[in-house]
Design a protein around this ligand. Structure first.
Ligand SMILES: Cc1ncc(COP(=O)(O)O)c(C=O)c1O
Length: 367
């Protein structure tokens, strides 16, 4: 009997998963992690107001969500000073990246990113048959000039650039990002992933300008708002580019509870400030733990700290494996030379204490 007739593209794809989740790792290990510091989630949780709103909305979940996310877009337009037509809500940045790529990328379309940057973007590009051109990081940061030069060279339809960046936690100034926007090759869209913008220092995020037809900014409720499991984020851009999403997006893909929770979170700015304070303290603690163990923490504009383990990727991997074996879930960059590092999310005091013990014991065991 013959199997399904997959398209030639699907038949050609490797069965890769961008990330193996901590739950799967726990199933394989047969026990839970003591500290969950690998996915840059917000261990501080959603705002109490968001939890209450989501709980209340659970009883209404027999209804489809508002496919236009009207109330949330209205609130976001107030927060950001842009029109509701300049934004589309999606199931996290990951979902929005899938739609954006579907809009712009077909078989063989050239796309530019940084080697070792957020892999879910590449996953979508590969899934639509695009051709990925990568440029290396420079001094542990994405390299705006190289991204622009490569896009011009290959006539890219799309550039992916995260500011602040995952996995290194590095960032560029608003001026540098604006210069990149100004140098964008004709016909090329810049996807500016700002998942971590709430943790960035003053002056790292350019003002929102919705007049450029080919710049799209991605934001999420997964990080500072602590709602990663609710799967909700948004894209900001020129209304013509945003309108195109309605040709391909999953119109009812954002559930009611997520919409209600996101709205309530925007109405609870004190919680955001609280999370920012906690993250700043945790970053300092993680950096101090690294230093106590003779390792260097890189500066971070995110809710995680990337720690240079001081040797090669194989050594960093053994540090990572040692931490995981000791119940601390962390991740590491995929590509050399950045893979000499491990990446540790901001946690509670108990989480960082567990990390401190596990790191000390791991390094002692490695010798
Ligand atoms: C740079 C970057 N973009 C996007 C995401 C995913 O965001 P979302 O949860 O909104 O899909 C992450 C999550 O780690 C990230 O690091």
């Amino acid at each position: 009997m013959k199997g399904p007739r997959f398209t030639p593209l699907i038949d050609s794809l490797p069965a890769t998963v961008p990330f193996v989740g901590p739950e799967e790792q726990e199933r394989i290990m047969g026990r839970p992690f003591t500290a969950r510091l690998g996915a840059n989630e917000s261990v501080y949780g959603p705002a109490p107001e968001a939890i209450a709103a989501m709980a209340a909305e659970a009883a209404e979940s027999w209804k489809y969500g508002d496919s236009l996310s009207h109330d949330l877009r209205a609130k976001l337009s107030e927060v950001h000073g842009v029109n509701p037509e300049n934004m589309v809500i999606g199931s996290g940045i990951d979902g929005l990246l899938g739609s954006l790529v579907r809009l712009l990328v077909g078989q063989g379309t050239p796309v530019v990113t940084s080697a070792g940057a957020y892999p879910t973007f590449n996953y979508h590009v590969t899934g639509f048959g695009g051709t990925i051109h990568s440029v290396p990081y420079r001094n542990d940061a994405e390299d705006p000039d190289a991204l622009i030069a490569k896009a011009a060279e290959v006539d890219a339809a799309l550039i992916y650039f995260a500011n602040p960046d995952n996995p290194m936690g590095s960032w560029h100034s608003a001026g540098r990002v604006q210069a990149m926007i100004d140098a964008l090759p004709e016909g090329c869209v810049l996807c500016l992933d700002e998942a971590y913008c709430e943790f960035a220092p003053e002056g790292a995020v350019p003002p929102l300008d919705m007049t450029h037809p080919r710049v799209i900014r991605m934001r999420t409720f997964s990080k500072a708002h602590g709602m990663a499991g609710a799967r909700i984020g948004y894209a900001l851009g020129h209304e013509a580019l945003i309108a195109a999403f309605s040709k391909v997006r999953n119109h009812f893909g954002v559930n009611r509870m997520a919409q209600a929770g996101a709205l309530a979170s925007l109405n609870a700015p004190d919680w955001l400030a609280h999370v920012q304070t906690e993250v700043a303290a945790a970053r300092e603690r993680i950096s101090a733990i690294a230093a106590e163990n003779g390792l260097a923490a890189l500066p971070s504009a995110t809710n995680f700290v990337t720690i240079d383990c001081g040797r090669d990727g194989a050594y960093a991997k053994s540090v990572l494996d040692g931490l995981i074996a000791r119940g601390v879930f962390v991740r590491m960059p995929f590509v050399a030379p950045e893979n000499r590092c491990i990446r540790v999310s901001a946690g509670t005091r108990a989480d960082t204490d567990a990390f401190a013990v596990a790191l000390r014991d791991t390094l002692a065991a490695l010798g």
